[in-house]
Design a protein around this ligand. Structure first.
Ligand code: F6P
Length: 325
């Protein structure tokens, strides 16, 4: 069956650049003769029928905006077979015969299940600040979040230096340390504590044993939020108990990391991936995520993209250690 109408939705945590992706998908689709329907609030909109036809004007003046004009949600109902049945009926009623989903691993897992259950081509775009999707070097929103983090850390450094304090700064990433490790490198932080390194060592002890006070009076340690170890508060409490000589403070950056105008890199990435999603539909592809590897567009099966084992370059920990003497 030839695709005529493409549905677009954003799902899961929002990420800067999602709007640039919505714009690119909409305009490339219309350029190639498809009609476009915007689905609001992620998969939830497929269940409630919150859907609107998009023309090129609907995506004017959004490339620079953070968040997502389509809104987003984490739909509990779509996780059930009954919910997905309702979603499929909505698609049929609306005449939508292909879907482009912008989101992270949970959203692409939903797309994989839906695409397999029903005969509907689903194409995914990696949209998450966490950069934790396999098969793509980077995800939409990651670069902007990194830049937001380093802007904040630069400010924290001013007060840390003035008071000779040890700061633990907690950043997002769920179970992935990409934001933590790379923002530590980019902000000149003294260390990063990341979940991927947890099994190998006691990262706090290593940091203290490196003798960070030899050359410095203040230090910043970036900690990846991690449900496993309690994040920055946990490490600050440990320092208070085990090394009471240090004056410790904690900053949890939180959702500030998800907002803001996307960087040039994220806008370019979102534009390229959005156009490539339409190419994938034209080529008859289905159930793949569009990614970028070595600056080339790649199509990655959902199964591979959502595997929760994206490798982080642990060599970067060594670089960080060397540069923070
Ligand atoms: O997946 C993106 C992300 O920002 C994670 O880094 C974080 O753990 C999570 O979303 C928080 O999501 P929310 O507060 O929207 O539930």
């Amino acid at each position: 069956m030839k695709t005529k109408c493409i549905g677009i939705l954003s799902s899961g945590g929002d990420a800067p650049g999602m709007n640039a992706a919505v714009r690119a998908i909409t305009r490339s689709a219309i350029y190639n003769g498809f009609s476009v329907k915007a689905i609001y609030r992620g998969y939830e909109g497929l269940i409630t029928g919150e859907i609107e036809e998009f023309k090129t004007q609907n995506v004017s003046n959004i490339i620079q905006k953070g968040g997502t004009i389509l809104k987003t949600a984490r739909s509990k109902e779509f996780r059930t077979p009954e919910g997905r049945q309702v979603a499929y009926e909505t698609l049929q009623r609306e005449g939508i015969d292909a879907l482009v989903i912008i989101g992270g691993d949970g959203s692409l897992t939903g797309a994989r299940i839906f695409g397999e259950e029903y005969n509907i081509p689903c194409i995914g775009l990696p949209g998450t600040i966490d950069n934790d999707l396999n098969g793509t070097d980077t995800t939409i929103g990651y670069d902007t979040a990194l830049n937001t983090i380093i802007e904040c850390v630069d400010k924290i450094r001013d007060t840390a230096t003035s008071h000779d304090r040890l700061f633990f700064v907690e950043v997002m990433g769920r179970d992935a340390g990409f934001l933590a490790l790379n923002s530590a490198l980019a902000s000149g932080a003294e260390a990063a504590i990341i979940p991927e390194d947890q099994t190998d060592s006691d990262q706090l002890e290593e940091f203290i044993n490196r003798g960070f006070r030899k050359s410095k009076k203040s230090s910043i340690v970036i900690v990846a939020e991690s449900p496993k170890d309690g994040g920055a508060m946990h490490y600050a409490d440990r320092v208070k108990n085990e090394y009471p000589q240090y004056d410790v403070r904690v900053t949890i950056l939180g959702h500030i990391q998800r907002g803001g105008s996307p960087t040039a890199n994220d806008r370019i990435l979102a534009s390229r991936l959005g156009a490539a999603a339409i190419e994938a539909i034209l080529d008859g592809q289905r159930n793949v995520m569009v990614g970028i590897q070595d600056n080339d567009i790649v199509y990655v099966p959902f199964n591979k993209a959502i595997k929760k084992d994206k490798k982080i370059d642990k060599g970067l920990i060594q670089v960080l250690n060397q540069l923070s003497i």
